[in-house]
Design a protein around this ligand. Structure first.
Ligand code: ANZ
Ligand code: ZN
Length: 874
């Protein structure tokens, strides 16, 4: 028999699918729609194994749902703007567009041989003006709806190259090209007002029950809802403090009003207006502020930095005791953008405050005593206590739980007055910040705005969109080529007609990927970003699949965009993705040669196994050391090129191995042994199928137990594989399919040994083999077509409906009954489910332990509770 040859079959089946346009999805199709989407790739140049895994997972589901009768939308496109294209332009003197489109072409060529059931007619790239034109339209609509803001924000500034740097261009605080220490500069930038939806984005997470819990938690933490209190502290010595003469009060935000009696200082941010006013009169303070600004603004840097502060001399009164004053410090760990940019510090119960208090010799008074600890002996060492407990050292709060004390303080301060207004006000805060989308880069979607000296900022009229990127740009100097283009920026004001300037910032590439899923529903629409009917038909995405690295930003931005698009009339839904699946990585062993250099798997041969397993270099024969298993990466050279695998074994082998080895949410370890295993299974399925196809009916019994067992195995496989595909438990599907293949092989063997190739067995074999092929078709679609054809089925398995199991076939033929003797359990017997009374009695009395229990006694009667229990009375 001929071996299965994927090199011949795979291109042939791909051509057959394409010719019949099997995977093009019509927007008007009477069947129910199902939308499966994998996160679209960045066109870096090459497809890697992570892509193969991602798209294979989605493809299994797409093919399955198609067989289940859905009109499946399964599109592909390119997340095509971004820094790497500009870096390539700088390094290789190639235009970012040229680089990007060439990469797209080669990656498309790499994707096609994988045999993915994609609707290529909907393909687009986000760098195409035909796409970003609509993004500009959305931006303008958002602007008109008040969802866009222009405000100052800090950017990374390279003082040598005179350019803004993206975060990834700052390496250890220095510019990646100049090596200069990066400064923080304030620039006016464009923001999308995601904070407007903070509350909704948080609450709606509860409804996303087909999202991984860990992703919901990450989103929740990122949004960072906190319920607290704004507290106004009266200034005690305004008149005596230069710069603060007009200051009446200072507002802080706290989530722990219960700890108010543990307060020992006030901290304000370096950029707080009060800090600025004080610094204007106090050179030492001004110097200090200048100094701490250099720490940087990243949360991580702040957490790591030493807690530094400067006593401004200003004092505030404690809200519950006007005689008790607290010093006001400018502190480097207080952020301007959060709450009110001012805090009261309670060192005993907040670690940052404690570190600060120790450094500045401030009192540390515990006010919450842990349960089971004697307040008299409770002292704070190097660690703040942030747990539950009862109030101490807190006057009227003493003895209360922290929760009750919170309420008590909140209520008292809500009614207490200071200058005719309440001292306290409940406030929900979010950690989420508005989304700064301005990038001072070329290769991004131009922000469609015009600056006019007379009219201010004016949107580009929608009928003048797109604002396209100029082609004639140079990358020989640092900075944004749009800024130095001689003519591109010059434009007449759409409002007054006077000469004006185009905005030269482009959008963060996360904007491009925040609505592409909606565009896929009607990518041909030239007049608008989306169309209502197409969105209604396909959205939300039923199953979104991608890497967990996008768990926060991309998903949050997409959820925001969907809401903003709803508010501007482009879609009619809130949540873009009903189901989310985050797949694990593809990992591989690492290898190093004798000199310590990373060595590619292709240059390594593994010998021996178990404790004797070792590696040698294929060319030199020298030993190679086997290192830890890590994510495939170019730097460690532990990558395996999908092209090589497909050339050697075909796409089905790669697909099957990807799916077989571990649950999709976990990492999969790519091994040559695993690939070999997948390859052998393909050959086995092919062999079985050819054998079954060639069997001829013999003279055996009309109804054979072999046939019945096989039918049951097939129907059991249909039921479990269907359920497992729905839940994306593909490794379990694989295990089921192996079992069914074994059952078929077993039936072939016993049929040929007994020379009992009865029509019944042959029919059962054909049925089971057909089921096997259909069940593995979503995973190994090419092999499935070849087998389908070999079995003599007409048409393509890609168009066949999913098999339906017969529930009667799942009923077990035999049951196990416990046998009691005088009420005491002695044995279990297995009998046919429909066994008659006499058969059950005989089986019960034949069991050794029952015989022993009866001994010489006479059996008075035997009670049988059908399908449940047998009781022998002696
Ligand atoms: C007093 C206090 C006592 C606090 C205590 C905590 C523990 P979340 O939950 O994240 O909202 N805070 C408020 N504004 C801040 C700012 N701009 N920069 C730095 N820290 C700020 O955190 C709220 C708590 O973080 C607030 O509650 C405040 O410190 C601090 F035992 O007030 B707390
Ligand atoms: Zn104007």
């Amino acid at each position: 028999r001929e071996r299965y040859n994927p090199k011949e079959t795979e291109p042939r089946w791909q051509a057959a699918w394409e010719e019949k346009k099997l995977f093009s999805t019509s927007n008007d199709d009477g069947r129910p729609a199902y939308y499966v989407l994998e996160m679209f790739p960045y066109p870096s140049g090459r497809i890697h194994m992570g892509h193969v895994r991602n798209y294979t997972l989605g493809d299994v589901l797409a093919r399955y749902k198609r067989a289940k009768g859905f009109s499946v939308l399964h599109p592909m496109g390119w997340d095509a703007f971004g820094m790497p294209a500009e870096n390539a332009a700088m390094q290789n003197k190639v235009h970012p567009g040229e680089w990007t489109w060439a990469n797209i072409a080669s990656m498309r060529n790499q994707l096609k041989p994988i045999g993915l059931s994609l609707d290529w007619a909907r393909e687009f790239a986000t760098c195409d003006p035909a796409y970003y034109k609509h993004q500009q339209r959305l931006f303008i609509d958002f602007y008109k709806a008040g969802l866009v803001d222009r405000k100052t924000a800090k950017v990374n500034w390279d003082p040598v190259d005179h350019t803004v740097l993206a975060n990834e261009q700052v390496i250890d605080g220095r510019g990646w090209r100049s090596g200069a220490v990066v400064e923080q500069r304030e620039l006016t930038q464009w923001f999308l007002r995601i904070t407007k939806f903070a509350d909704q984005l948080d609450t709606a997470l509860d409804s996303l029950d087909r999202w991984p819990e860990k992703v919901r938690i990450m989103q929740r933490n990122w949004i960072g809802r906190s319920e607290g209190l704004l507290v106004r502290f009266a200034i005690a010595n305004a008149a005596a403090t230069p710069g603060a003469e007009d200051q009446r009060d200072l507002k802080v935000y706290t989530t722990r009003p219960d700890t108010l009696f543990g307060a020992s200082f006030i901290g304000i941010a370096a950029d707080h207006p009060l800090a600025k006013a004080l610094a204007a009169q106090n050179p030492a303070l001004a110097g200090f502020i200048e100094d701490i600004r250099r720490t940087g603004t990243a949360q991580e840097a702040i957490d790591r930095a030493e807690k530094r502060g400067f006593d401004t001399g200003l004092r505030v009164a404690h809200p519950f005791d006007p005689e008790w004053t607290l010093p006001v410090y400018v502190a480097n760990f207080v952020l301007l953008e959060y709450g009110t940019g001012a805090i009261f510090g309670c060192p005993a119960h907040d670690q940052r405050d404690l570190d600060f208090a120790r450094a500045h010799d401030l009192p540390v008074t515990p006010v919450v005593c842990p349960p089971d600890v004697d307040p008299a002996t409770f002292i704070i060492g190097d660690e703040a206590y942030d747990g539950e407990g009862r109030l101490i050292n807190s006057r009227f709060l003493d003895g209360m739980s922290a929760r009750d004390a919170y309420e008590d303080v909140a209520r008292r301060l809500e009614t207490a007055q200071l200058d005719g207004a309440p001292m306290g006000e409940r406030k929900t805060n979010f950690r989420l910040r508005d989304w700064g989308i301005s990038r001072q880069r070329y290769w991004g979607c131009p922000i469609p705005m015009i600056h006019c000296d007379a009219c201010g900022v004016v949107p580009v009229p929608v009928d003048q969109l797109p604002v396209t990127l100029p082609e004639d740009v140079s990358f020989d100097k640092p900075g944004n080529p749009l800024d130095r283009h001689p003519t591109w920026g010059k434009v007449d004001c759409p409002h007054c007609g006077a000469p004006a300037r185009r905005e030269t910032d482009t959008m963060d590439t996360f904007v491009d990927s925040s609505w592409y899923f909606a565009r896929f529903t009607d990518p041909w629409n030239a007049g608008a970003p989306t169309s209502a009917t197409a969105v209604a038909r396909f959205m939300p995405v039923d199953q979104y699949i991608g890497g967990v690295e996008h768990a926060i930003l991309h998903l949050l931005y997409s959820r925001f965009f969907t809401r903003a698009m709803k508010e501007t009339g482009h879609v009619d839904l809130d949540e873009p993705f009903t189901g989310l699946f985050t797949q694990g990585m593809v990992v591989h062993e690492t290898y190093r040669d004798a000199s310590g250099a990373w060595t590619e798997p292709g240059d390594v041969r593994i010998e021996g196994s178990g404790s004797d397993r070792h590696a040698v270099h294929v060319k030199t024969g020298e030993p190679v050391s086997i290192g830890p298993i890590e994510k495939m990466s170019k730097s460690k050279k532990n990558t395996v090129d999908p092209d090589d695998i497909i050339a050697a074994y075909g796409a089905d082998t790669a697909r099957w191995f990807m799916l077989s080895d571990s649950p999709p949410e976990r990492d999969v370890i790519w091994t040559d042994e695993g690939v070999q295993g997948a390859w052998r299974f393909i050959q086995r399925v092919w062999r079985i199928t050819q054998e079954v196809a060639s069997l001829e009916a013999g003279t055996g019994a009309a109804s054979s137990p072999v046939a019945r067992i096989l039918r049951k195995a097939a129907h059991h496989a249909i039921a479990t594989v269907s359920d497992d595909v729905e839940k994306l438990r593909f490794n379990r599907c694989v295990a089921q399919i192996y079992e069914l293949a074994n059952a078929i092989q077993g039936a072939i063997n016993s049929a040929s040994e007994a020379e009992d190739g009865s029509a019944d067995v042959i029919n059962a074999l054909r049925e089971a083999n057909t089921v096997l092929i259909q069940l593995l078709a979503p995973m190994m679609p090419h092999l499935a077509e070849s087998c389908w054809q070999a079995l003599g089925h007409g048409g393509l398995v890609a168009t066949a409906s999913w098999p339906v199991h017969d529930p009667a076939m799942l009923v077990e033929d035999e049951i196990t009954l416990p046998v009691q003797v005088n009420g005491k359990r002695r044995a279990d017997i297995t009998v046919a489910r429909d066994a008659d009374r006499v058969t059950i009695e005989q089986a019960a009395l034949a069991a050794d332990s029952v015989k022993r229990a009866i001994g010489e006694a006479a059996v008075k009667k035997i009670i049988i509770v059908p399908q449940r229990i047998v009781n022998v009375v002696i």
